[in-house]
Write a protein that binds this ligand. Structure first.
Ligand code: A3P
Length: 320
């Protein structure tokens, strides 16, 4: 069944009426489902995905918190997994003419949003999908299969700033911008897309400790700091390690360069292309730096968010 923009299944409508609500960041109200906040369309996608997605053993699922570098990791994983078909330096490499979001589609905000039960037969194994779904909301088949999860998150202060810029770009002009103070309050209260942020991160962090062969946990800052090191680890985790020949030929460095912020953000497709939903691909590229929060958050904001994070992550072994 094809779902039009404003069409929700009866199941979703029934569920919505029973859920707590909060003010959303863009236009729609947020609903709290399984402990996390979502606009109703995302919730529809999650429900359909939970009901119909059949994971396969060879699948890779990229899971991210919004604004943690999803676009970047989509590009890196696609290039890594498909490197025997497409050499990173080929002039016709798929990234040269396609957005990473087209090459690695979201499950709940694309495939299972457009169709309640999409036909995924055109995706050739090994398949690569992405999602922002929290661990508790993952479809059962993901746990039952041997598919692998790559999780990416980012310093909460940079995540907040990036999310604030991004959602303001998505707001209609007549709605005006949301102030940083307002966004900050919502974020600290756990009310953000797929938030609370800390619960999202902890769900996957704990699972990666329990089951390191299933969940690979990665931070944006670490990837920025040593991209080749983490790309090598990713390849090993996914069962497609780089050969000594590839190491010698500097294939890792080449992939990192192809997927770099400077390269991707300057490609024509990412400058002028648009998502089917109308947003410019360019909204996914802003600064691509670590620590931009220093240019936006006041020292009171920093102190408060740091305190909340210290409290939430206490005893987990995770720090930012
Ligand atoms: P900033 O807003 O801090 O610049 P997502 O892809 O999850 O929506 O995250 C978007 C963030 O990742 C933005 O952060 C964006 O600039 C940054 N980004 C996009 N492509 C990147 C790349 N190739 N390398 C590093 N960062 C990238």
């Amino acid at each position: 069944k094809y779902l039009k923009d404003d069409e929700l299944t009866q199941e979703c409508k029934d569920l919505l009426s029973s859920l707590p609500t909060e003010m959303g960041w863009v236009a729609s109200t947020f609903y709290k489902y399984q402990g996390f906040w979502h606009p109703c369309r995302h919730l529809q996608g999650i429900l359909s995905c939970q009901k119909h997605f059949e994971a396969q053993d060879k699948d890779t699922l990229l899971v991210t918190t919004p604004k943690s570098g999803t676009t970047w990791l989509k590009a890196l994983l696609f290039t890594l997994i498909n490197r025997t078909h497409f050499h990173h330096s080929a002039h016709n490499h798929p990234l040269q003419s396609n957005s990473p979001h087209v090459l690695v589609p979201f499950l709940e905000v694309k495939l299972f949003l457009e169709h309640e039960n999409p036909d995924l037969s055109s995706f050739k194994s090994p398949r690569l999908f992405s999602t922002h779904m929290p661990y508790v909301s993952l479809p059962k088949s993901i746990h039952d299969s041997k598919c692998k999860l790559v999780y990416l998150c980012r310093d909460p202060k940079d995540t907040l700033v990036s999310l604030w810029f991004f959602t303001n770009k998505l707001r209609l002009q007549e709605m005006g911008s949301r102030s940083l103070e307002e966004a900050f309050e919502l974020f600290c209260g756990g009310v953000s897309m797929y938030g609370p942020f800390w619960d999202h991160v902890l769900g996957y962090w704990e699972e990666s400790l329990k089951n390191p062969d299933k969940v690979f946990f990665l931070k944006y800052e670490d990837m920025k700091d040593e991209p080749v090191v983490h790309l090598r680890k990713l390849a090993e985790f996914l069962g497609c390690p780089f050969s000594s020949e590839e190491e010698k030929d500097e294939v890792l460095e080449g992939i990192v360069e192809l997927c770099s912020f400077d390269n991707l953000s300057n490609l024509k497709v990412n400058k002028v292309g648009k998502l089917p939903s109308g947003e410019d691909y360019s909204v996914f590229f802003r600064k691509g730096e670590v620590g931009d929060w220093k240019n936006h958050l006041t020292s009171e904001m920093v102190e408060r968010l740091d305190r909340i994070c210290k409290e939430k992550f206490e005893g987990s072994g995770l720090t930012f």
